[in-house]
Write a protein that binds this ligand. Sequence first.
Ligand SMILES: [Fe+2]
Ligand SMILES: [Fe+2]
Length: 211
Amino acid sequence: MIKLIHPGSEYFVQCIAKEPNIQDFLSRLKEHSKETYEHSYRVASLCADIGRDLDFSAYDRICAGYSGLLHDIGKLQILRDILEKSSLTKEELSSIRKHSRFGFLMIRKLGYHDVMNVIVAHHEYKIDPYPRNGDDRRNDFRNAEERRDKSDRIVKLAQVLAAADIYDGLSYQRSYKPPFPRQMIEEFLKQEYVGDKKYADLVLERHYSDE
Ligand SMILES: [Fe+2]
Ligand SMILES: [Fe+2]
């Protein structure tokens, strides 16, 4: 496993995770899928690191941390067996792909406007993006999606999250895949991530400097 140390941001993330609503979601996620919970903490820490490196405002750094912690919270509504399978049917894949919209709807109830708009877009900077990939906008989530915020701030935070998410997914063991070697991580990240390259470069720089 790749050793990744984030001095400062781990503590920062632990502090912001103490907010009672966030804590409640995270303990439910831990119960439902421990590896998604652990992945979420690592992603949050990486997002907060990038926010610090790029001098984000304190508010944006907190949003980056919350978005990392909660980006996969919609997986609470996906069967655990499906989350852990290494090979998925078309139906199961489409079920998993609903998690970013489920997360949006769950966080909307808390009134975290920026966080919900970042979360819903965290798979939209991939070569095969969802939920905004054209045809599926006609489904029953349409009204929620139409209210989405598309400001530069949200796009920035969503791209940071997407780069950190892809990076972590490649780097660590999950029930459905092994951790990938360093060269493959770099190749896959560059291939998979289609947002602003500087965020992918920053993620990789941190990775190399922590080796
Ligand atoms: Fe996700
Ligand atoms: Fe994720």
